[in-house]
Unconditional design. Structure first.
Length: 624
């Protein structure tokens, strides 16, 4: 630590000597970055970057187009304003904006620094059609909170992604930071700033920072220190109120993982939204190597918050296995503005989501029946995507259509691919090998600093396991043949049985059959991403229909709330007339309320299961 501080002091000294500055070329000195969170103007933050000396006439500066874990082109450069480049004498240099994320600077030999203003993404979520996923976005609330996903604030110069960054942040009084980024100068409330260091640009964007009033809790999981930091705008939730559930969950995860240990510190940054002046869509979490950003509505009940945190944080924490410990060169050397995507989303997201569910049943956090329901839900949800699409082809092309529209299937079919592989390995090894065993072996071989060759991974897995695994991948993951999940469930004595399940007219538990379209004057429409109950099916309604009237009542948000409440007392014989808009056509539907239900498949234990099948099921449910 002392030597690092002395190095930074030396750099600062040399920068103060004009005659020496020319010796510090851009390739061998840190990029000094200043972020001013104090002098915020109209929710815009000033950022400046001071590189070393360039030896070329032109240099490009980039703000990322996309970042790892998002699998979407978000173009963070569109949130940048007033981009300027300055010479050593303080005069402006010519700048040409090449595209949303790229600026070309002329006379680069004389470039001293660049500066620009950053708008936050949360303010624009209602204004743009394809909003940035909230956990990957940025928030600026002067004097109150700042969500610094640094890819939205800090850019990089051409060919300088591997040089260190020194990031100095001016901090408003009363706010403190939570981050995994290395801190070299602690926050001095008098000076009002703190300084961080990253060894390369990837470390900058991989370590978000949450600034808020102190609301943190810390606990220890074996040798991992976990910090939970919460921003709750109306002070509804404290970190201490969520600590016990997070500690129980992560203790179970560590027990599940065993000797996989890729980090000594992990930070959970929870931003709760009012749904009014901040994040309004895309709730969930985004993983980083040693932290995760979670965005959820503050209006959620505590039990909902706790369950959501368990589900999303457990998923993100399992990313310490993949892609932290097991990843390809495409991930290790990620190109933020012209990314080459890996073929292995079935692993990066699918294995991670599978573990996030499997560990809960193995560690006693949920029942076997609840686990089976989750698997069945994923089987049902996967039906709404292209089941004949090659998963590896989708993964390589995930930033473009038609593959991008199928991305969410990585959490559905991706989980199921891993379940089928897990059950196959259990059977072939007579209960001695599993997907977790496989990931531990790969983690031991590679680790966070050694990437694998993307095209060789599947053959390597086959060499570690069985020839049948090659057939499985060639047919169902590289190939486009849908998986018959019953074949794999039968290996552990389970079967699917159809059953009628009672629902409400407009709700199935907490899951609605209808939704609100904020891009169409808050029109109420019938969802097309779930199975509809008998009430809608018998009337002839279809997913995507916009409900105009029910029994003569014009439908808006308030009207549908009243009718939904009234429906709790409807009799089966009640006449129903519903008018919907389907495309350009207005359709009148008539019928009776009936008794709403769904025909659902449920995973059940097969009463004729053999002792070997039951033994494998017990291993599956309890771990090797």
């Amino acid at each position: 630590m002392k030597r690092l501080v002395l190095f930074i002091s030396l750099v600062a000294f040399l920068y103060g000597c004009g005659a020496t500055k020319t010796a510090l070329t851009a390739e061998n000195t840190s990029i000094r970055t200043i972020i001013d969170l104090v002098n915020v103007n109209e929710d815009r933050v000033n950022v400046s970057l001071d590189p070393g000396v360039f030896t070329r006439e032109h240099i490009s500066f980039y703000i990322p187009k996309t970042v790892p874990g998002t699998y979407s082109a978000d173009n963070y450069g569109k949130y940048i304003e007033n981009f300027k480049a300055y010479a050593y004498d303080g005069k402006e240099l010519p700048v040409t904006q090449i595209d949303e994320n790229t600026w070309d600077i002329s006379d680069a030999k004389n470039l001293d620094k660049v500066s620009y203003l950053v708008n936050d993404t949360y303010d624009t979520e209602r204004e743009v059609k394809e909003a940035v996923f909230s956990p990957a976005g940025t928030n600026i609330v002067r004097g109150e909170t700042f969500m610094l996903n640094l890819h939205g604030f800090v850019g990089y110069f051409h060919n300088l992604k591997e040089v260190p960054y020194e990031i100095s942040i001016a901090v408003p009084k009363g706010l403190t930071s939570t981050t995994s980024l290395t801190k070299t100068v602690a926050l001095d409330q008098t000076a009002g700033k703190e300084v961080f260091r990253a060894n390369r640009y990837f470390e900058v964007i991989d370590n978000p920072i949450l600034y808020a009033k102190p609301n943190t809790a810390t606990f220890q999981i074996n040798d991992i220190t976990v910090n939970l930091s919460v921003y709750s705008p109306n002070e509804v939730y404290s970190a201490l109120s969520l600590k016990a559930s997070m500690e129980q969950m992560m203790r179970g995860q560590k027990a599940f993982l065993g000797n996989i240990d890729s980090t000594k510190e992990y930070n959970i940054l929870l931003h709760l939204s009012t749904l009014e002046s901040d994040a309004a869509s895309g709730f969930g979490a985004l993983e980083h190597h040693t932290s995760t950003v979670v965005v959820l509505p503050e209006q959620m009940r505590k039990e909902q918050i706790v369950q959501a945190m368990v589900d999303v944080v457990s998923h993100e924490f399992f990313h310490i296995v993949t892609p932290l410990s097991v990843h390809s060169k495409e991930v290790q050397f990620f190109d933020f503005n012209d990314p080459k995507m890996s073929a292995h989303l079935w692993m990066y997201e699918g294995t991670t989501e599978y573990f996030a569910n499997l560990f809960q049943v193995q560690q006693g956090l949920i029942s076997e029946e609840a686990f089976y329901k989750r698997i069945m839900d994923k089987i049902d949800n996967a039906k709404f995507y292209d089941d004949s699409m090659s998963f590896t082809e989708m993964s390589r092309n995930i930033l473009k259509e038609p593959y991008a529209a199928n991305y969410e299937n990585v959490y559905e079919k991706g989980t199921l691919i891993n379940m089928a592989l897990d059950l196959m390995l259990l059977e072939l090894s007579e209960g001695e090998k599993s997907v977790l065993w496989l990931m531990k072996e790969l983690s031991n071989k590679y680790g966070k600093d050694t990437p694998f060759e993307d095209d060789l991974l599947i053959n390597e897995i086959v060499a570690m396991t069985y020839p049948e695994v090659k057939t499985f991948f060639d047919t169902h993951v590289v190939g486009n043949t849908p998986i018959d999940y019953n074949i794999y469930l039968e290996k552990v004595g389970l079967t699917n049985k159809e059953k009628k399940e009672r629902t409400g007219y407009f709700l199935n538990g907490d899951n609605p059959f209808i939704d609100v379209d904020p891009n169409n004057n808050d029109a109420i429409y019938i969802r097309d991403d779930i199975e509809l109950n008998s009430f809608f099916r018998d009337l002839g309604a279809k997913g995507g229909d916009i409900i105009k009237r029910i029994n003569g009542v014009d439908i808006d948000i308030e009207a549908i709330r009243l009718i939904a409440r009234e429906s709790l007392g409807w009799k089966a014989e009640k006449p129903i007339t519903m008018v919907v808009q389907r495309g350009e056509e207005e359709i009148i539907m008539e019928g009776t309320a009936g008794t709403p239900h769904l025909k659902v498949l449920k995973i059940r234990e097969d009463e004729n299961a053999t002792s070997d099948q039951i033994r494998l099921r017990n291993i599956w449910m309890n771990g090797l």
